[in-house]
Design a protein around this ligand. Sequence first.
Ligand code: AMP
Ligand code: GLY
Length: 428
Amino acid sequence: MKVLIVGNGGREHALAWKIAQSDLVEQVISVPGNPGTAECGRNLPGIRVEDIVGIVRAAKEEEVGLVVVGPEVPLCLGLADKLREAGFPVFGPGAAGAQLEGSKLFAKELLDRHRIPTGSWRRFSRAGSAKDYLENVETWPMVIKADGLAAGKGVFIVKSREEACTVIDQVMEERHLGDAGGEVVIEEYLVGQEVSIHVLTDGSTIVMMDPIEDHKQVGDGDQGPNTGGMGVSCPVGWLGQRAMRQIEQRILIPMLHALRVEGIPYQGLLYAGLMITEGGPQVIEFNCRFGDPETQALMRRFESDIVPYLLATANGTLDKCDAPAWDKRQCVGVVMCAEGYPGLYRKGEPILGISSANANEDVVVFQAGTRQDGPQLLTNGGRVLAVTAMGKNVAEAREAAYAGVEKIRWNGAFWRSDIGLRPATLSN
Ligand code: AMP
Ligand code: GLY
């Protein structure tokens, strides 16, 4: 069978790497892919992820047996619907399900209708009424979220009324985020420890994956602006069985029920961003796809062949699958970025040392913002690559990951030095 993977990030390199190991798979084809996915199969570099017609045409021409959609943008544009109409098994929800990520308002309303725990919130479609509301807020910080997709840049944690009003002006009046900021959610700030839970679901059955700790801020100690994710550690030592059961019973099963009673089909990955508060888990957000760089760690640890699980998710037969086997070791993944990220950054810097990092059998480097220019690999994005490493515990996995990072070089490369070192993790 040929498998088509849509996307060109580190997540897609990790998926291509894992899928290519399956005995069921003859070839992995990536649209458009990156130099990392090219090593796992073949790229169709001329097709963009938003080109729904082009992707459906490629799936037909290549006669693929499964399509795995990586990013949220094509899912929100209805790529999975169009592929299903054309008869392909697809891993990824249709446009209706993708709204969970595509509209914060849609997600918050659904959560409230089904009494799934999440921070209290209000919706605003005019800057004036948002500011009137902020006049009477007494506890800070608060969280302001643009309704639409904003590539991780639509969430603002504001510490004062003044700061909040500046954000409202920029998002709603000056439209810094374009149409995504036409409406906003103003939300209670949740206090606790953050964790990402990835779940495979065909709409009837869920397969929960091990929890992951993401590190979203650009700087050590969670300082500076949010990014797409600077590093991960999986599993999460401080999150016990009891908390996992609460997450399943209070959040995931009610969510599955909510999708069913609302008539929203869902075949793909449900990503719950959660805050573990004193009162239990609360939803920060739902995403409709695998996380990046979470997937890089998950694919390293997923021991079973993943393709039967992806196919069963696409075909609605997950209830027939046994629980997958996991590598019990810890995985730490460190993202290396181009100077300036998450703001403006330079592209085209020569990258050295990836094969030297990969020489350690515990290490796998997954490429994201890279481009091949003849024999030379160049930087081509903000998050350039992720160095993942396995170890007996967090300390060993960190040591191997950072030893790998030290071997890789380009002008202006930077990374966080504290991936895996959350205070709660250390106290365990
Ligand atoms: P999101 O894009 O919704 O994941 O938000 C980005 C980050 O902002 C999250 O990973 C959290 O760290 C933080 N965040 C979002 N909403 C809240 C909230 N209600 N309370 C506390 N932190 C939040
Ligand atoms: N790493 C966060 C995300 O994929 O949304």
